[in-house]
Ligand binder design. Structure first.
Ligand SMILES: Cc1cc2nc3c(=O)[nH]c(=O)nc-3n(C[C@H](O)[C@H](O)[C@H](O)COP(=O)(O)OP(=O)(O)OC[C@H]3O[C@@H](n4cnc5c(N)ncnc54)[C@H](O)[C@@H]3O)c2cc1C
Length: 532
């Protein structure tokens, strides 16, 4: 059995999970789609069956502590996301119980556990009927790829043209039930309740600040209602105009973690936005509108679904081949919020503490790591986000990292975010920096974005000596940016010359040339300064 990425959850008709009854039984396998509303698999399984077995499999790789990881959490996920998932499962279990059912939690490798559940049917390959509807996305990516001649559209506009209206535009979604079929006899299966964080092996005090966002469908629907209450806000939403430094009341919906785990149906979200659009005189349009944001999600899902090696530079036909630096020390400085640029470091601290940042904040740190300043591989940044984001989503994360590093989708590598002036436009007093980097809380406003320029007397008064209490900048932005542009221009020229066939040897040669150029340039600079 293989379940494509957007089909979740699934319902399997059972005959052998339990000592038999005469009626129909269904197993509903929750992976994403942790909700009751608009859940076609649940709807399907609930109709006319005598028993229904809602199952979630706890995968130890995803959930149990890995002490060697760079932040509290498992091998694959940071603690904030694990906690968010547990809260979502707890909420789902409560909702199922209210309807006369409950969530059956099993433990182990999900593939193996499910096979164990279905073992006799599986062995004989008869009697299993799998219903795996598309309900995680608005569109079925394979329909769009087929429509586009077998390849995913690679620009948002061409995606929109092909996609048209999603079918949920006209369909009525099932939002609730009066009851669900009960769980029958579970035989010898080792079933537990939803574990808490301590039962998974974590200490409750392992993190100094927890994400303020609580997991689960109840919270998702509450958040959605709050966002939709302000119809003018929904109608006028323009993504590039939002304030990335707003943290007490974020400038966007913060529904991404709920969409990621399927606590919120994207189709319901879509319908709610559409109903507001129908009731107002005018509203914004894609790509900047709120509906447009949901369509970006669809765009990246479709691109990811139809592109082999989407999560790698190598062997990925839509990704420019670029000889990125391999500098672990710089990567760690970026990851740990120690670059010496307060705007960048505050964003990275928000990522670690909250697992969520505004889209433009993500732009700034992704640009800084890759083509803006450090010239480090986007895959390294992707890995850090993948671990720490509570909304970490394979298709969207990889797609956006390629975008920001000018490896795919977007190619204007000359446009670099300034780690000093960009944040200042939105937050001249530096409230965001003071909140996430309390070491700088008393730094006067005129130095908050460039504390290394503050006279020592000012640093002393602010209790923050640069180089001791807070790092000096790891690079000079102006010269690093210039250097990055030069490298990008040479890498682009190579990609063009080789017409998408850049090999390892080509990249090695280019890296050597770039290193030599950099060395020569620094010698010339030194000589010039001696002469002066
Ligand atoms: C480097 C980088 C990595 C990212 N990684 C992720 C990720 O792992 N998971 C993730 O959900 N988003 C990711 N994003 C996209 C975007 O930043 C978040 O979706 C958004 O900030 C979530 O906040 P929100 O729910 O308030 O968004 P809103 O502006 O309220 O948008 C509503 C929904 O639209 C979708 N959406 C919004 N922007 C985008 C976008 N650019 N691409 C795709 N879908 C979008 C999300 O599902 C979001 O919840 C990334 C962006 C960058 C630049």
């Amino acid at each position: 059995m293989r379940f494509p990425l957007c089909h979740s959850p699934s319902a399997c008709r059972l005959s052998n999970i339990v000592p038999m009854s005469n009626g129909l039984s269904y197993l509903v396998w929750f992976r994403k789609g942790l909700r009751i509303h608009d859940n076609p698999a649940l709807e399907f399984a609930s109709k006319g069956s005598e028993f229904m077995y809602p199952v979630f499999v706890v995968d130890p790789h995803y959930m149990e502590p890995d002490p060697s990881a760079f932040s509290p959490g498992s091998t694959r996920a940071g603690l904030n996301r694990i906690r968010f998932l547990l809260e979502s499962l707890e909420d789902l279990d409560c909702s199922l119980k209210r309807l006369g059912s409950r969530l059956l939690v099993l433990k182990g490798d999900p593939g193996e556990v499910l096979v164990r559940c279905l073992k006799e049917d599986y062995a004989s390959s008869v009697g299993i009927e799998v219903f795996s509807p598309v309900s995680h996305t608005l569109f079925n990516p394979s329909d769009i790829i087929r429509e586009n001649g077998g390849r995913p559209p690679l620009s948002y506009q061409s995606f929109l043209k092909i996609a048209g209206e999603p079918s949920c535009e006209r369909s009525e979604l099932v939002m609730s039930y009066s009851s669900l079929p009960p769980v029958g006899d579970t035989g010898n299966l080792d079933i537990s309740a939803v574990p808490n964080i301590e039962e998974l092996g974590y200490r409750d005090d392992e993190q100094d600040e927890r994400t303020p966002f609580i997991g689960g469908e109840t919270e998702a629907l509450k958040r959605l209602d709050e966002s939709m209450r302000d119809e003018a806000w929904v109608a006028d939403f323009e993504k590039p105009k939002g304030d990335p430094s707003a943290f007490l009341k974020p400038a966007t919906t913060v529904l991404s973690p709920y969409l990621k785990f399927g606590c919120l149906s994207s189709r319901y979200f879509y319908q709610r936005i559409q109903s507001i659009y129908k009731s107002v005189k005018k509203h914004t349009s894609p790509p900047v509108s709120l509906l447009g944001q949901l369509l970006w999600r669809e765009f990246f899902y479709t691109a990811a679904f139809g592109t082999p090696n989407f999560d790698k530079m190598k062997g990925n036909r839509i990704c420019r081949q670029i000889p990125w630096n391999d500098d672990h020390e710089m990567l760690v400085a970026w990851r740990d919020g120690k670059t010496g640029y307060p705007w960048i470091d505050a964003i990275m601290v928000q990522l670690r503490k909250w697992g969520w940042m505004h889209h433009l904040a993500r732009h700034c740190v992704a640009c800084f790591l890759t083509r803006g300043d450090l010239f480090i591989h986007w895959e390294n940044g992707r890995d850090v986000f993948e671990r720490l984001l509570i909304d970490s989503d394979w298709a969207i994360n990889n797609g956006n990292w390629m975008w920001l590093s000018c490896s795919s989708f977007f190619y204007q590598y000359n446009r670099i975010y300034s780690p000093i002036t960009f944040g200042k436009k939105y937050d001249p007093d530096g409230k965001y920096i003071r909140h996430f980097l309390p070491v700088l809380k008393d730094m006067p406003k005129q130095y908050i974005y460039e504390p290394w320029t503050a006279p020592l007397s000012v640093q002393t008064k602010a209790n923050c000596i640069i180089g001791k209490d807070y790092p000096k900048p790891v690079v000079c932005h102006d010269s690093a940016g210039k250097e990055c542009r030069r490298k990008m221009s040479e890498a682009y020229a190579l990609n063009q010359k080789k017409n998408g066939q850049v090999g390892d040897e080509d990249l090695r040669n280019l890296r050597r040339k770039l290193e030599k150029d950099e060395h020569d340039e620094s010698m010339t600079r030194k000589q010039r300064s001696k002469l002066n």
